[in-house]
Design a protein around this ligand. Sequence first.
Ligand code: AR6
Length: 188
Amino acid sequence: MEKIKINDTYLILKKGDITEEDTEAIVNAANSSCMGGGGVDGAIHSKGGHKILEECKEIRRKQYPNGLPTGEAVITTGGNLKAKYVIHTVGPICLEGKLTLEKKELLRRAYWNSLKLAKEEGIKTVSFPSISTGAYSCPVYKSAKTALETVIDFIKKEDFLKEIKFVLFTDDTYKEYSKALKELLNER
Ligand code: AR6
């Protein structure tokens, strides 16, 4: 685990299963249907139970009949999870594994809008998975840099959250995030 403090916020990298986290909110790497899927999305829906899906259906009906656009975020309760809330966001799909400038901006928006929504809801502790680096094929190291850069920018600008965690599922993903964080801190 790695833990650093930026202003009044702890930024943590850890290996683990995000469905076990007890931060107030966990973020889901969803797809625009918001109806569940594989990967971390599948794990959150299966452990959280049908309540999450019911709330997602309601959000689709009322707010996003054509689906949740890439880079946007919505919130439901956490159902049976330890986390009280789930923030659902949609990251970009990286064709041929390339994080182009356009995809990078969409990935930035997914992290930023998740944090913005947390703040609006008065949530002070949030866990993120590595959005877009599984089924959506974005390169881990570059995506990690974008994710960490965005979160650090948010902390410096908004100064509200107490703790932001990246809960990384594999050793490799953890290593890449750790490397990206070191590089970012050296650059700044
Ligand atoms: N806890 C933390 N991270 C996890 C967990 C978990 N329980 N399970 C997987 N990961 P992915 P994406 C990691 O594919 O690339 C879904 O089908 C995984 O190792 O879950 O944004 C959705 O419905 C990887 O590092 O999300 C969408 O259709 C990271 O989570 C699509 O996949 C993201 O992998 C979204 O693709």
